[in-house]
Design a protein around this ligand. Structure first.
Ligand code: AN7
Length: 374
């Protein structure tokens, strides 16, 4: 690579449905760190490699930016003046930022009282029109589809296929970092777009499937330039209160502390099942307690602060290692979908409260003495 990094569309142009005519609306998203965890395997007493793809380090703090750079670029290319989405928070934050960048209008529908503070502040700060609905994400998703039928609005939820095209690039980055696929790739599942996008990316990288360009008949770059020899086993983790993939049917009243994945009617239902089945993987669920415990464990043992939904992948992998579902010698990548700073309320609630003392040396000394390593 020459010059400075200018975002995933420019980097993966040959693998994305863009042309010279596509205006690239970017905040230099992607190229996130793949961080190996050294303390977690020791704590678990397992001889495995666990790596976190820290998507919280994208420009608006979540993986949504990968899909949004594509969705907004294509919307602008088609002459769109306004975008709309339903969101549990991160999609709205990302849509708002990319719409600001593009100079177009953005409308977001969010469930009243059920989105993390950081995400709400982002949508407001970037100047989108924030509409809080007395309903959940699934209600919002249905309404967005109805509204876009008659109003001049481009939907930027993951039913917009360009979203998944952008998000598939995470697989390319993992493959280029590791040289080939990990044995397992674990991630949280809400609306199920991301697990579907991961699988599209991994599949194209081995030349298995190619749905994203018009050249596949003859000289397709996806088939020509393989990035991997194999695909990982995909594991999708849900919060127990919002686990339609575990129930085998849609859930009407999803509830979880991990508000990002408080979704009962996932749009990418079929694609997510295909990812699981074709990869030989599985879905599982974790309780809110397990999710928060994993979030704290990762923050304290590895120095990585992800949001609760993201920690579902850590909670998932920890238990599946203990159960022996994932064996010794495995390499596991966990997608850490969003930054912990998105949801300061939940973080503060589960942490030791700061001590308050007089501004005097002696008072502070005694606190320090209690906590110094022996
Ligand atoms: C941190 O923002 O659906 O299974 O509206 O924010 O692709 O839905 C967020 C989803 C995981 C689940 N982790 O991904 C939204 C929204 C975080 C998220 C998911 C979300 P999908």
């Amino acid at each position: 690579m020459t010059g400075h990094y200018t975002g995933l569309i420019n980097r993966y142009r040959a693998r994305l449905p863009v042309s010279e005519a596509t205006p690239v609306i970017t905040l230099n998203e992607g190229d996130t760190p793949l961080v190996e965890f050294f303390n977690l395997p020791k704590l678990l007493r397992k001889k495995v490699r666990i790596l976190g793809k820290f998507e919280g380090l994208n420009p608006t703090g979540s993986f949504k930016d990968r899909g949004m750079t594509m969705a907004v670029s294509k919307a602008v290319e088609s002459g769109s003046q306004a975008i709309i989405c339903a969101s549990t928070g991160n999609t709205s934050a990302s849509a708002a930022a990319y719409a600001a960048r593009a100079g177009i209008r953005c409308f977001v529908l969010i469930p009243e009282g059920k989105i993390a503070l950081g995400k709400l502040s982002q949508a407001m700060m970037h100047g989108s029109v924030v509409i809080q609905i007395r309903g959940n994400f699934d209600d919002g998703m249905r309404l967005v589809q109805e509204l876009a039928e008659t109003m001049p609005l481009d939907i930027v939820n993951s039913i917009n296929p360009f979203r998944l095209q952008g998000q598939k690039t995470i697989a390319f980055e993992v493959l280029q970092a590791l040289g080939d696929a990990p044995d397992y790739h674990a991630l949280p599942v809400g609306n199920a777009g991301n697990i579907s996008a991961h699988w599209i990316g991994y599949s194209e990288a081995v030349g298995k499937r190619c749905g994203s360009c018009n050249q596949c008949e003859n000289d397709c770059p996806h088939l020509r330039d393989k990035l991997a020899t194999r695909r990982p086993i995909m594991i999708g983790y849900q919060a127990s209160g919002a686990a339609p993939f575990m129930r085998g049917h849609m859930v009407d009243e999803p509830e979880t502390v991990a508000t990002a994945i408080r979704i009962g009617h996932p749009v990418s239902w079929d694609m997510a099942w295909a990812a699981k089945n074709e990869s030989g993987g599985w879905f599982d669920e974790r309780t809110d307690e397990e999710i928060l415990h994993a979030q704290k464990l990762l923050a304290e043992s590895e120095g990585i602060f992800c949001e609760p939904a993201s920690a579902a992948s850590i909670a998932g992998v920890c238990k599946d290692l203990e159960r022996g579902l994932i064996g010794d010698g495995s390499t596991i990548v966990c997608t850490l979908t969003g930054h912990g700073l998105k949801d300061p309320d939940t973080a503060i609630e589960q942490s030791t409260k700061p001590v308050v003392v007089d501004a005097k040396r002696g008072a502070i000394e005694s606190v320090i003495a209690q906590h110094l390593p022996q």
